[in-house]
Every structure is written in structure tokens, then in C-alpha cells.
Design a protein around this ligand. Structure first.
Ligand SMILES: [Zn+2]
Length: 221
């Protein structure tokens, strides 16, 4: 079995006080604050749109490192997709069912995904909530959560590049594999190529560093 790239825990982005103030304002505005214009809502302050752009860049930069340049969902390197094919995904969709607009700039709700996984055929606006709770950390999901769950306890990869559910309760992993078509011949072929380049010692060192950094930061109130 291999420690696969996207089986490693990843850390949330660490906001400074200015980031927190901006994120709180944007979260109050809701899902439209991700891309909306200042003229659409009087709650924006002067300079917010520029600051928002910088904050998104900070989030993306952090997640690229935290995820070792791999899509969280399919585990394929972003180098296959390029910068425009690398998206910040809202794990719980910012536009769905009104629950999650307040988490538009919540670090725990943000993860990088390739354009394919974040695209129309796969995740897009799908809501994988199992049970909603007003406390974000207590919401349960049908697929493995990038920050709250430890994906390495759910997934493993055999030498043939096939993802195997390993948890005592394999429902999340099984559903995620099916939803994202993770064991399709396309993904397995790419995965085998990635595995052949894996150096287990280096991989474990990187995993330990990332693991130590995991869960820095906090839920936005
Ligand atoms: Zn992907």
C-alpha cells in the first residue's frame, strides 16, 4: 500500500486580524461575496474588492502548499491542469440552501480542486451534507471532509493505483470514490504514473510536516 498524495491531512489557511475582519464582512454578505461587485451591496467598504482578491490569492497559495499541489478530490497533480484549472472549492457550497453563505470565507470550508472535480460533471454545487448543525465543526458529510476528517484513515492506494476504502465505516470513502469516479481507468493510469515517482522517505517527511501544521487557524465566527 502507498501513502497517496491526497491521503495526507492538509492545513487550513491562517488568517491575520485584517483578514478576519474582511472575511467576517464578506461572510455576512453571504455566497455572493465570493465574486460579487461592491455596487451590488452597501455592506462592502471601500477597498474590500481589492483586499478580497489578495485574500483569495493568499488562500490559494497556502492550499497549493498544504495540498502539495494536488487536487483534494482526485489526487491528481495540478501541473496537469495549469493555474486556470486550479479552483478554490467551497466544500459545502456557498450558494446552496442558505446554510453556507456565512462560510464563504471560512478556512475550514475551503479546499483546492481541479477544474474537472469542481466542474459540472462532478462536484460543482453539490451539497454533501449528511446532518446540518449550526456549529460548522459538528456538520457531518457524506464524503471525506478535507480538514475535519483525516482522509488517510479512509483511503489507501494499492500498487495497481486503485483506491481502497480502509475505514471501519467505509461509507464515506466508497461514496466519494463513486461520486468522483476515482477508480476510472483515466485516474488509475495517471495515479500509477504518480506512484512510480513517489519516494516513500520524502513523502513521509512531507506528510509529517503537513500533519504538524494541520488544524492551525480557526473557525470564523
Ligand atoms: Zn480533481
Amino acid at each position: 500500500m502507498f501513502i497517496y498524495k491526497h491521503t495526507k491531512p492538509i492545513s487550513v489557511v491562517n488568517f491575520n486580524n485584517e483578514d478576519i475582519a474582511l472575511a467576517s464582512r464578506l461572510n455576512d454578505i453571504g455566497g455572493t461575496s465570493w465574486d460579487g461587485n461592491a455596487k451590488d451591496d452597501t455592506r462592502y467598504l471601500r477597498g474590500d474588492i481589492t483586499k478580497r482578491k489578495l485574500l483569495k490569492e493568499k488562500i490559494k497559495k497556502h492550499l497549493l502548499v498544504a495540498q502539495c499541489n494536488y487536487c483534494y478530490y482526485c489526487g491528481i497533480s495540478f501541473k496537469f491542469f495549469g493555474p486556470s484549472g486550479t479552483h478554490i472549492d467551497h466544500f459545502y457550497p456557498k450558494d446552496s440552501s442558505n446554510h453556507y453563505g456565512k462560510y464563504t470565507f471560512e478556512p475550514y470550508n475551503l479546499v483546492l480542486a481541479c477544474f474537472r472535480c469542481n466542474g459540472l460533471d462532478y462536484k460543482r454545487q453539490k451539497d454533501y451534507t449528511l446532518n446540518y448543525n449550526d456549529n460548522y465543526m459538528l456538520i457531518t458529510s457524506k464524503i471525506v471532509h478535507p480538514h475535519i476528517d483525516d482522509i488517510s484513515l479512509h483511503f489507501n492506494v494499492d500498487s495497481g493505483g486503485i483506491i481502497i476504502p480502509i475505514n471501519e465505516n467505509p461509507d464515506k470513502a466508497t461514496f466519494m470514490i463513486s461520486e468522483f469516479d476515482l477508480n476510472s481507468s483515466h485516474f488509475v493510469t495517471i495515479r500509477i504514473g504518480q506512484i512510480s515517482r513517489v519516494n516513500p522517505t520524502v513523502e513521509n517527511q512531507i506528510a509529517n510536516i503537513i500533519s504538524a501544521r494541520a488544524h492551525i487557524g480557526g473557525i470564523m465566527e
